[in-house]
Design a protein around this ligand. Structure first.
Ligand code: ATP
Ligand code: MG
Length: 252
């Protein structure tokens, strides 16, 4: 048991969920590595939602609410960390949910489908009947009712190749990725540089506050958001470095 008073309680709880998910066959080996990479960037960002992330979350909700066929793509990590909140977000926005795995095995698909069933939701992707062009075999599989025909896709923790393949299909791609330098972050139309569980919760609470979605979207610039996120990391590291330097006694 991790005591609540632990200064990094939230982060450790998420790690526990990922490890549990791995033991249950929901999270892939590579999912453990991806989580660690996310943790490292969250440390650099300050482990809380920053303004640029909130702005991207607002634009993402505006886009999903105005979409014809919005789809939320889920993988093992997303299921282990946020399945319940993904169900809430899908219900509140009218988005479909589809399981789409980078390392697809039928066992893992089944486990993930079962988790969502536990929340009363039948998700797409178990019996794929379409392919994302330009991707090799199982990575391309998807549902004609879901990702294949979607106009807007929310692909949290996505791989760069697939984000690009979805863009090539003409889709509007929204991602949640703590690494502002990843190919996915640079490819997406909206990049939420925030931790998955915080981002999904923020998005749920924003649903009712969107009055003029077109206005929000017309002033949104993803490159500006990515630039702000890097600037934030820069400034934060500079500040910490200066504090350390001045306490070293070397500065006059
Ligand atoms: P890319 O393929 O886009 O260049 P990558 O190969 O480094 O990126 P992937 O494993 O393909 O990474 O995708 C996982 C991404 O998800 C990583 O960029 C990682 O930082 C991010 N990530 C992992 N856990 C979380 C989380 N809980 N919240 C948000 N982002 C996360
Ligand atoms: Mg990748």
């Amino acid at each position: 048991m991790i005591p609540r008073s632990h200064p990094r309680y939230e982060s450790l709880m998420k790690r526990e969920k990922i490890v549990e998910g791995f033991k249950k066959g929901i999270v892939a080996h590579a999912g453990l590595i991806a989580h660690g990479r996310g943790e490292a960037f969250d440390y650099l960002l300050g482990e809380r939602t920053q303004d640029f992330a909130l702005e991207a979350e607002k634009a993402a909700i505006a886009k999903i609410l105005t979409a014809k066929n919005p789809v939320i793509s889920v993988n093992g990590n997303v299921t282990a960390l946020s399945a319940g909140d993904v169900v809430t977000l899908a219900r509140r926005t009218g988005a479909k949910v589809e399981v789409n795995l980078f390392y697809r095995t039928e066992e893992r698909i089944e486990r993930i489908v079962e988790v969502f069933r536990g929340y009363g939701m039948e998700i797409l992707g178990k019996n794929p009947d379409a392919r994302i062009p330009g991707l090799e075999h199982s990575r391309a599989l998807c549902s004609s009712q879901g990702i294949y025909s979607a106009d807007v896709v929310l692909v949290p923790l996505e791989d760069g190749d697939r984000a690009q393949a979805l863009k090539n299909m003409g889709k509007f791609v929204i991602t949640i990725d703590l690494n502002p330098l990843s190919r996915t972050a640079r490819t997406a139309d909206i990049t939420i540089v925030d931790e998955l569980t915080r981002a999904i919760k923020n998005m749920i609470s924003l649903v009712d506050s969107i009055d003029e979605p077109q206005k929000i979207l017309s002033t949104y610039s993803n490159n500006e958001i990515l630039s702000k996120s890097l600037e934030h990391i820069n400034k934060r590291l500079e500040k910490i470095s200066e504090e350390l330097y001045s306490s070293s006694g070397l500065k006059t």
